[in-house]
Write a protein that binds this ligand. Structure first.
Ligand code: BGC
Ligand code: IFM
Length: 811
């Protein structure tokens, strides 16, 4: 069952009923001011940091769900309703939400009144625009009231949600010329405030929540809206709120537009502007912005500029294949999701409250795979930020804080896969851009001044970190966990029933990871490539990769698949000899991606095992059999009920590794089959089972052991986005940046007769047409560029600004 449809032409997803199984959200903002918005106008906004600079309040995990948002009410002579359905939930005669690229438009019709609201954040601004368009479709004139409603958050969202003894007394507002200023904490010279303005003359306003809603009422029937009259309330403590009241009379067929601007303002920290203890905020800058963005011409131009930005960003790669789900994900939604993960990391979604996590060292490096071709300069900056948090040991803080860019001490370090991701991230950047100079950038360790060494030295240290931490089988020590955060093998408890503790390497944890071993082989090969390009000797890295591959063959191969690990006690995990958790997906993907077993057939055997044991119609589960009970020696993985998350859920992030592995062994049908199983657009029909948005990837789909097999969760902020993008564009369609140029090596389904693509690469444009006999599984690729045959499968780098016509013939 569907709840909407794709409008590929306009790059929108159109939701045609408000009661989607879960709120289906979109993101506003691309630079500094951001927000989430659901298909019924739920959500919140923040400036840069979703915890510390939260503008508006939102209630996570509430009933009804999705409470708090950018609400509007309309009221005629008899009744009132929300033109976005929430919060009144009035049964509208027509409803449509169009989520587009960084904007959302919600339209409805009720009692002959059509209302359409556009929400977006203009480029370069720290504000959001709401543009409400109301049309009278009745055949008589109508007098309407429009009310806006937002609830201000007292900036630190964590404190706001917990510290009531203080917060019920700090709230302050100011209303000047109809603009509502939220200035809580300004008196402490925090220098920032929020404003909420409306472009029409006001019939009234409210700034105290209780006055607007009325005691013991919620947003579904605010007293002010019910009565049709604002109270002019000024909040003193309690809950500052923003509501404007506009009255308008519309003749039959008449349309009126009302602009609203909600924004963040920060004055320079200068006593001249803000004398300490100042009670009156300095509004001059904000007032100019408000005037600008209440102007229709500015709004039109701002909206056009946003569209142009997306046109440019998406222009990095466009494909036309025989498969619509592939085209719309690659050309629009997967790329869009990649940019959202760049902006948000793992902070703000329906599942991430914006107060919890910082930026992951591992996550951020992987996210690069999805956006490096769109914004190489910002990818460069991101890499240098991440690398500057690396520890002098070569280890890494698991997370760092986006505002300070410092490592997060609460979580600390000891996830032994982390440093290796830096090599993979940097290598992806250099392959895309050819910018070897990044390797010479001086980068500190743990942000300590004076500790700078070149990024290249950081990468070498990352490899050394693994080699200096090998376990009893010669495999890498896992530390607190590897990619699988929940595989905590150095866990023990002296007292049954007591919470487990995790040992650090230093205290003797000897659990080993076959996954890290595979990742090491891959990373060592990548570093060898970079070394060669730099004119350095790659032999040491090549030898290390080979040696580790040998260790995997000896201690990591189980007979039909790669083992997962050895635990604290030296027991094997992910082996036929285990009762549960016999086979895990991660080492199958990672070892094959590292090239382990490609020559002796073990890679192909492992992939057969995955297909036989782990693949379901909804994607590939993380492991089997699921753990039926909690096991202290495995840690958090077994804390989940069977079929969820790391305990045998379909952890979508890992599925593209298998797509890549299948492509590496030349199995185009197999790779594409896995691709389609979790492609959200291909799952659109399953809306009532899948439940999450059909336009973006979710982190997890419940596995076959779960009673809700096929149900997705944790949409939007997941490494799944970047990895799927890499798998389909670089390995299935085979358009793959390499150090020396652009490799064209498609491994496509047998049924296809080819496809075409336009790829921007290092300043040149490649117009690529791939030809194949339909029905043939062909992977040998003959390349012709501008009429000249190209040997070796790699297109040389063309001069910037030129266009190269490429014909690729598969046989
Ligand atoms: C989640 C993981 C996450 C980890 C972070 C776990 O509960 O399942 O996905 O990475 O928490 O600590
Ligand atoms: O690899 C992790 C990721 O860093 C955060 N989400 C869960 C994944 C698997 O545990």
């Amino acid at each position: 069952m569907r709840f909407g449809h794709f409008d590929d032409e306009r790059r929108e997803y159109v939701i045609d009923r408000p009661d989607t199984p879960l709120p289906w959200i979109n993101y506003l903002g691309t630079e500094a001011y951001f927000g989430i918005i659901s298909n019924t106008a739920g959500g919140y906004s923040f400036y840069r940091d979703a915890r510390l600079r939260r503008l508006t309040r939102y209630r996570y995990n509430n009933a009804p769900m999705d409470l708090g948002g950018r609400y509007l009410y309309l009221r005629d002579e008899e009744t009132f309703w929300s033109p976005t359905w929430q919060p009144t939930q009035t049964e509208l005669d027509d409803y449509e939400c169009r989520h587009g690229l960084s904007y959302t438009r919600i339209a409805s019709r009720y009692r002959g009144i059509r209302a359409e609201t556009l929400y977006f954040v203009p480029l370069g601004e720290t504000l959001e625009v709401w543009r409400l368009k109301v049309t009278n479709e009745r055949d008589t004139a109508v007098t309407l009231s429009a009310f806006s409603s937002i609830e201000f958050c007292l900036w630190d969202a964590q404190d706001d949600a917990t510290n009531y003894q203080r917060n019920f007394s700090t709230g302050q507002v100011e209303v000047v010329d109809g603009v509502i200023y939220h200035k809580t904490e300004y008196r402490e010279r925090r220098d920032h405030f929020a404003y909420f303005a409306c472009g029409e003359p006001l019939a009234g306003f409210d700034t105290a929540r209780e006055a607007f809603l009325g005691p013991y009422r919620s947003w579904d029937r605010p007293l002010v809206v019910e009565r049709g009259e604002s109270t002019g309330s000024i909040a003193h403590g309690w809950q500052p709120h923003g509501s404007h009241h506009v009255k308008l009379t519309l003749q039959p067929g008449e349309t009126r537009e009302i602009g609203f601007v909600l924004g963040y303002w920060e004055n320079p920290r200068d006593a001249k502007f803000d004398p300490p203890g100042s009670q009156t905020i300095n509004k001059a800058g904000a007032q100019a912005k408000i005037a600008e963005w209440l102007d229709q011409a500015t709004v039109d131009a701002g909206f056009a500029a946003l569209a142009a930005r997306w046109e440019e960003l998406l222009g990095g790669l466009r494909v036309q294949t025989p498969d619509t789900d592939t085209d719309r994900m690659v050309n629009i939604w997967n790329a869009y999701q990649n940019m959202v993960t760049f902006n948000m990391s793992r902070s703000t979604s329906l599942y991430e409250s914006g107060i919890g996590r910082g930026m992951g060292f591992r996550d951020s490096n992987q996210d690069l795979l999805g956006f490096v071709h769109m914004i190489p300069e910002r990818a460069r900056e991101r890499i240098l930020d991440i690398a500057a948090t690396q520890l002098p040991t070569g280890g890494a803080y698991h997370q760092y804080q986006p505002l300070t860019k410092r490592g997060n001490n609460d979580i600390g370090s000891g996830f032994n896969d982390d440093p290796l991701w830096l090599i993979l991230g940097v290598s992806a950047y250099v392959k895309e851009t050819g910018d070897l100079s990044i390797l010479d950038e001086p980068v500190p360790f743990d942000n300590a001044p004076g500790s700078e060494q070149s990024l290249y030295e950081h990468l070498k240290l990352s490899l050394r970190y693994t080699l200096e931490r090998l376990g009893p089988h010669g495999l890498p020590l896992i530390g607190r966990a590897d990619w699988n955060d929940c595989l905590n093998l150095n866990c023990f408890s002296d007292t049954p029933g007591e919470p487990f503790q995790t040992t650090e390497n230093a205290t003797g944890g000897v659990a080993e990871s076959v996954f890290i071993a595979g990742q090491f082989v891959l990373a060592a090969k990548e570093l060898a490539g970079l070394a060669l390009q730099k004119g350095d000797d790659p032999t040491g890295y090549q030898n290390a990769a080979e040696k580790m591959a040998g260790t995997i063959a000896e201690h990591g191969w189980d007979g039909a698949w790669f083992r997962r690990a050895y635990d604290f006690h030296g027991n094997v995990i992910g082996s036929a000899s285990n009762d549960e958790g016999q086979i895990f997906i991660e080492p199958q993907g990672m070892c094959v991606m590292g090239g382990v077993g490609l020559e002796d057939g073990t890679a192909a055997r492992a992939l057969t095992s995955v297909r036989e044991r782990l693949a379901t119609p909804h994607g590939i589960v993380l492991q089997q059999p699921a753990f039926s009970s909690y096991r202290i020696e495995l840690g958090e993985i077994s804390s989940y009920p069977p079929g969820y998350k790391e305990n045998a859920g379909i952890f979508c992030h890992t599925n593209p590794w298998l797509m890549i592995a299948e492509a590496m062994v030349g199995n185009g049908d197999g790779a594409f089959d896995y691709y389609k199983r979790i492609n959200p657009s291909a799952r659109e029909e399953l809306g009532d089972l899948h439940r999450c948005e059909p336009y973006v990837y979710a982190q997890m789909i419940a596995g076959r052991d779960a009673p809700t097999h096929g149900e997705a969760k944790n949409s939007w902020l997941t490494g799944t986005a970047a990895w799927n993008y890499a798998a389909v564009t670089q390995w299935i369609l085979g358009i793959r940046p390499e150090l020396s140029g652009l490799r064209i090596a498609p491994v496509i389904p047998a049924a296809w007769s080819g496809f075409s693509a336009v790829r921007r690469f290092r300043g040149a444009t490649y117009e690529i047409t791939v030809h194949k006999e339909p029905g043939a599984a062909a992977t040998r690729c003959r390349l012709v560029a501008d009429g000249v045959p190209v040997e070796g499968g790699v297109l040389p780098v063309a001069p910037a600004g030129t266009t190269v016509q490429v014909e690729a013939h598969l046989s």
